[in-house]
Design a protein around this ligand. Structure first.
Ligand code: G4P
Length: 530
């Protein structure tokens, strides 16, 4: 197959959801369709059970599983599908945000009874800001839930999206009869115990005839006709270009557990979802079809075995092909590196491959060269942007609890920060180190890993911060900036890349600081402020 065709046929996406909405179940059913797994239950539930904060075995188990399910690739029809796993647990939200830098589109799963939940809002906001094409899947139609129109309203309002249904449920819960596929104009009748496949789909060319009544009963048939009329009146017709530009989001209904409505979703997905998209670097926009290779690190995973300190760096290939044993430029370090055993992913397995294409993910063994956001090229000096650090929400001083192991502690902290487990801030005033995380769980993970992987011990102490604001003065020599630094000195720190950060203790303090020092700009991500 030609190079261009290979790229054209790739679909790299993520499934995002509030925990328990059905992300794992849906992913598994997609894999079943792709023939990548043979039976349900093969994809382990990649989530930390609630209340497991002190269960280190659970954390370790989770880390092991998340390597296996980080990328799930399979072929479906003539497409190569790469699903990137996004942890639903909110303490790992930053990991999810970073994974979203590597997807070309997403599927958002919403529970029909719960509607839009907190994590859904946060994750969709990140996708919306980046104009990532989104498809909404409303799940668990086999249960009693909210009215379909109400839900679509809520999606539009809370998530600030513009939706149009491409499938529509006939009844719900106890009365759930099936799905009308607006996209393909046919009906899939629901029956809980039959294994659904394509033969079960009945085409109905004319909804006005008695055929529909025979299939679903008069009452449901009338209701469907009425509701489809309303849909035609109030929702726009699906327009692929608008979807690709992130301006219109198609909605599907179904039940992942019953494997119902999933085929409709997947068949439409492969037709409308984008092939690898162009990505912005600090010098230019890079097109996936350029023949020269480029890519960036969006995830780093430490080895589970403490005797082997190497890590797996996940690279999204942005353009060209990545080839084994070929020297590539590590732009930040300015040196060429060769990889003898790049891993590609297939279903839950990883295997060494000679060549991968734009859109694919390769896993590279790394002994400490990479950090999140690093760019690899064939020689061009450029760095991909849009892989920012977000402000943490928890802050603690980290102290060395074993003075004989300070080197180990330093190395451990350094590497864990490169992996993106948390962020390190060094206070300007006294050089003390503050660790910022998205969730409290990370502190336990860090403590545990420092001890077991690096032989170092640490303790924490509260640090009274609420948000990290990256600081950029309009004029670094101005009196105003000097005054800002003098007054806020106790709360100023440097992040790992040396950028100045103001660790604010409240929203009020951020507002006061902004009005008092208008020429000192504050940003909530590391990139906003560069
Ligand atoms: P997540 O990855 O988004 O966190 O959700 P997951 O797929 O693990 O699903 C959460 C729960 O919802 C699971 O039940 C799952 O079986 C159920 N579920 C998923 N899709 C559907 C659906 O279409 N209909 C119904 N009725 N339930 C669905 P659980 O009891 O928490 O876990 P399990 O013991 O079944 O694994």
């Amino acid at each position: 197959m030609s190079f261009l065709k290979e790229i054209e046929r790739r679909r790299t996406f993520g499934v995002i959801a509030h925990p328990d909405a059905g992300k794992t179940t849906l992913t598994e059913k997609l894999l079943l369709f792709g023939g990548a797994i043979q039976e349900a239950g093969a994809v382990k539930n990649n989530k930390i059970k609630k209340g497991a904060t002190s269960d280190f075995m659970e954390i370790e188990r989770q880390r092991g599983i998340s390597v296996a399910t980080s990328v799930l690739a399979f072929n479906y029809k003539d497409k190569k599908i790469n699903i990137l796993d996004t942890p639903g647990h909110k303490d790992f939200a930053e990991d999810t945000f970073r994974t979203l830098t590597a997807v070309d589109s997403v599927i958002v799963v919403i529970d029909v009874a719960k509607g839009v939940e907190e994590q859904t809002e946060k994750l969709v906001e990140v996708c919306r800001m980046r104009n990532i094409p989104m498809i909404v899947f409303i799940n668990k139609l086999d249960r009693e839930g909210r009215d379909a129109f109400d839900l679509m309203d809520e999606v539009e309002q809370k998530l600030q999206l513009k939706v149009t249904p491409l499938s529509y449920p006939i009844g719900m819960g106890y009365d759930f009869k099936g799905i009308y596929n607006i996209w393909e104009k046919n009906i899939n009748l629901f029956s809980e115990d039959s294994r659904k496949n394509i033969e079960d789909v009945i085409s109905v060319s004319d909804l006005a005839t008695g055929e529909l009544d025979q299939l679903v009963g008069n009452k449901a048939a009338d209701k469907l006709r009425e509701e489809l009329e309303i849909i035609e009146g109030i929702y726009p017709e699906f327009d692929r270009e608008q979807y690709i530009n992130g301006e219109l989001q198609p909605v599907f209904f179904g039940s992942a557990l019953n494997n119902f409505g999933v085929r409709e979703l997947l068949d439409c997905f492969i037709q409308i979802a984008p092939s690898p998209r162009a990505k912005e670097s600090d010098t230019r926009i890079v097109d996936p079809k350029e023949d020269k290779f480029s890519g960036f690190v969006f995830k780093i995973h430490a080895n589970m075995d403490p005797k082997h300190r190497d890590r797996l760096a996940f690279i999204k290939i942005v353009s060209g092909t990545f080839e084994r044993n070929t020297p590539y430029l590590h732009v930040r370090q300015g040196k060429k590196l060769k990889f003898s055993s790049p891993n590609a992913f297939f279903a839950e397995k990883k295997e060494i491959v000679d060549i991968s294409y734009a859109g694919d993910i390769v896993g590279l063994h790394d002994t400490g060269n990479f950090k999140i956001g690093d760019t690899l090229t064939e020689g061009e000096i450029m760095s991909f942007i849009g892989i920012p650090s977000f402000s943490p929400e928890h802050f603690r001083y980290i102290n060395n609890a074993d003075p004989l192991k300070s080197k180990q502690l330093e190395k451990g902290i350094d590497q864990l920060m490169d992996e993106g487990v948390a962020q390190l801030f060094t206070l300007e005033m006294n050089g003390r180190k503050v660790i910022g995380t998205v969730g409290a769980l990370q502190y336990e993970v860090i403590q545990y890993r420092l001890e077991h992987e690096y032989g170092a011990k640490c303790t924490y102490e509260n640090f009274p911060a609420y948000k990290a604001c990256w600081v950029r003065p309009e004029d670094p020599k101005s009196e105003e900036f000097k005054e800002f630094k003098r007054i806020k000195q106790k709360f100023l720190a440097h992040d790992k890349s040396g950028q100045l950060v103001f660790l604010a203790d409240s929203d009020f303090s951020i507002q006061m600081t902004q009005s008092k020092f208008p020429s000192v700009k504050l940003g909530f991500t590391s990139e906003e402020i560069k």
